[in-house]
Structures are given as structure tokens and as C-alpha cells.
Ligand binder design. Structure first.
Ligand code: COI
Length: 367
């Protein structure tokens, strides 16, 4: 647990007291009432603070706005049947956040500061972490370059923030995906393996077109040969082929998902054979048509584990797996049970967050 070295603005207590969780949450639509912010200036990190959620000031010339100097993480806090919330694999999210910053030549946020921001927001919002299974407080740490200027070099100043949203799963229900044959999400050697906003920007046009054609999301192919399956922007893909679970092997353009890794561990520990390999899209479509591939699903922090009912190709052909949400459901249940601390966590993946308590007028807490 990080030490509370951050400031809590006075207005925080009132906005926490006034906040009510609405009945309908959606994903990322309801903002938690507080946020955390720390700035990097003059070669050092300044003291972080917890403040009411609201608009921030940024210079119009800031490099984040011109050169997409921005990285982020997606995490969740859970509180099913318990008074305190917990995180899931927070250190793995930190390590990816650090790698993301380094890839963009940004000064990484120190681990203690990262955890301080997460714990500050989740601790303050403990009462607003939804407590139904499948719901969570979605936590979004992000870092952006604030120095103005058009010289294409890294910012010397930056801001690290954590915001959060009481949420349902990202995509509730079954997804239909459309193979994207024209564009690529990330170049070989580009930003694909890190969580940079720029990757999501690159995916927007294809996602928009996929949605216009009645699909949920685009399925990306590799940028070099355009033959192999990569990922779904924010989600990794798994296919049940025969008795085995197959997933694209990580390369230099796929984002290594924390959920992807967790499912591989859980599946292997359940005795399933999991194969990470280069997955040709043509082969998968043949296996879907023949029935050899029985089930396909996606996973991600936001999406959890989401069944896929249809894969569409640009020529209009559509392929339907024979089974929807069997293995996916099993894995989702096993994962959620650990994430929500309804089942033992033999992997040490979960960590509790101490709720933030308002000090009395003498500055004391809990006495
Ligand atoms: C996450 O799963 O946390 C992501 O960042 C994906 C995004 C599309 C919501």
C-alpha cells in the first residue's frame, strides 16, 4: 500500500457526500466524483492531489494535443459482498504503463505515484464501486505531455491523472466482428504493443465503418502480410479449435492484454491445452466453416470475456461458430470469481484498497 503523501482538497468531501450512483451505469458513462492529478515539472514530480472530478486546463500548444503524446491504462476495482474494494494485477498494469511511457520517450510515472493515484481514487470512491457481479469501478490512469511547442521532441513537463467510472462490462452481450482488410491498427515496430491513445485513434475509421455495417468492432490483421489475426482494439482474441484454445502469439504490434495472460493461466491450470501461435485468418475461416473451430471470443479488462457470434469478411461472407459462450462463459466465471474475491486467489493477483476516511476536525482518522 502506498503512503498517503498526496493532498486531499477540501471540496472533495462535499462532492463525495453529494454523489449518488445512478441505476443505469453503462460503460464509462458515469464519472466518479473525484480524480487524482500529479504534475512533472522542472525534472521532478510534484505532490499529487485528490480533487473533485471536473474540467482541467491544458495549454493549446501542449504536445499531447499535437503529437498524441499520451499513454493510459485500463484497470478495475471490485467490491462484491465486501466493505473494501480490491484491484486486480495492478502491478502488471503499472509495468505496461511504464513501458508505454518509455516507448513514447515520456518520463515514466514512478510505481509509488501510480499506486498512490489508483489507491486515492478507489479508496475515496469505495462506496461507489458497484457491488453486483460483473460490475466494477473502471479505473483509467493516464499520462500526457503538457509542454507547448512544435519541435518534435518529448515534452519536458507532463501530467499524470487517474479518473474512474462505476461501470457495467464494456460490451454486454454477444459481439459480431468484421475483418478489416484495408487498414492496419499498428505498424510493425510501431506503438501496437503499448497502450497509447494513438493506437485507438488509428482504429476509429475502421471501427466506425464496421459499426455502420452492423458489426460491433473491427478485427485487425497483421500490418506486414495482412494474413494473420492480431486483435480487436482493446480486446485480444481466442478460438476453440478441436479441444484446444488458440490465441495469436504476441508480436511487435499486438497489445499484451492482462486479461489475455490471466485467461491463459486459468485455462492451462484447468488442464486445457493453450496454443499461442501466428493465426492465419484464412485458416480460421476454413475451420469455422468446417466446424473444427467451434467457438470464438474476445477478452480485455473492460470487456472481461465476450462471446463472438459472427465473423464477417469484407467480401460480405459471414462465418458463425457453432457454439457461443461455452468455454468463454467458463473462463469468464473463473476469472470474475477471482477478481471479485468470491474464489481463492492462488496467484496473488488481487490487492485490497483501504477506504479513504475523512479526518475529524483534529485531523485524526478512525479514533
Ligand atoms: C480496457 O479494456 O481497459 C481498454 O482500455 C479497452 C478500451 C476499448 C475500453
Amino acid at each position: 500500500m502506498p503512503t498517503a503523501a498526496y493532498l486531499v482538497r477540501n471540496e472533495v468531501w462535499k462532492c463525495l457526500a453529494d454523489f449518488r450512483l445512478p441505476d443505469s451505469l453503462g460503460f464509462g458513462l458515469v464519472a466518479a466524483p473525484v480524480m487524482y492529478s500529479a504534475t512533472f515539472e522542472g525534472g521532478q514530480w510534484k505532490q499529487g492531489e485528490l480533487l473533485p472530478y471536473g474540467a482541467i486546463e491544458i495549454l493549446p500548444g501542449a504536445r499531447a494535443l499535437h503529437f498524441a503524446e499520451q499513454v493510459f491504462e485500463g484497470m478495475k476495482a471490485y467490491r462484491v459482498g465486501r466493505p473494501a474494494a480490491n484491484l486486480f494485477r495492478a502491478r502488471d498494469n503499472y509495468l505496461r504503463f511504464k513501458r508505454s511511457a518509455e516507448r513514447l520517450a515520456m518520463r515514466p510515472v514512478p510505481q509509488e505515484l501510480f499506486l498512490e493515484g489508483i489507491h486515492a481514487v478507489v479508496g475515496a470512491c469505495t462506496a461507489f464501486v458497484p457491488d453486483k457481479s460483473g460490475q466494477s469501478l473502471y479505473v483509467r490512469p493516464f499520462l500526457f505531455g503538457t509542454e507547448p511547442g512544435y519541435a518534435v521532441r518529448a515534452s519536458t513537463s507532463a501530467r499524470f491523472m487517474v479518473i474512474a467510472n462505476p461501470s457495467e462490462a464494456y460490451s454486454a452481450g454477444v459481439m459480431k466482428v468484421l475483418i478489416e482488410r484495408e487498414q492496419v491498427r499498428a505498424a510493425a515496430g510501431g506503438l501496437g504493443t503499448v497502450k497509447a491513445g494513438a493506437n485507438y485513434a488509428a482504429s476509429l475509421l475502421a471501427s466506425t465503418r464496421a459499426v455502420e455495417r452492423g458489426y460491433t468492432v473491427a478485427l485487425w490483421l497483421d500490418p506486414t502480410t495482412r494474413q494473420n489475426i492480431e486483435e480487436l482494439s482493446g480486446m485480444n482474441l481466442f478460438a476453440v479449435i478441436g479441444d484446444e484454445l488458440h490465441t495469436p502469439v504476441l508480436n511487435d504490434s499486438i497489445l499484451p492484454g492482462v486479461t489475455r495472460d490471466s485467461l491463459i493461466v486459468l485455462a492451462r491450470d484447468s488442464g486445457w491445452r493453450v496454443i499461442e501461435r501466428s493465426m492465419a485468418v484464412a485458416e480460421l475461416l476454413r475451420q469455422l466453416a468446417s466446424g473444427e473451430c467451434s467457438e470464438v471470443f474476445a477478452c480485455g479488462t473492460a470487456a472481461i470475456v465476450c462471446p463472438i457470434s459472427l465473423i464477417g469478411d469484407s467480401d460480405g461472407r459471414e462465418y458463425r461458430p457453432g457454439v457461443i459462450d461455452a468455454r468463454a462463459r467458463e473462463l469468464r466465471e473463473r476469472l470474475l470469481a477471482i477478481q471479485e474475491r468470491r474464489a481463492p486467489d492462488p496467484y496473488g493477483w488481487t490487492s485490497e484498497v483501504i477506504p479513504l476516511v475523512r479526518p475529524d476536525r483534529h485531523g485524526r482518522v478512525g479514533t
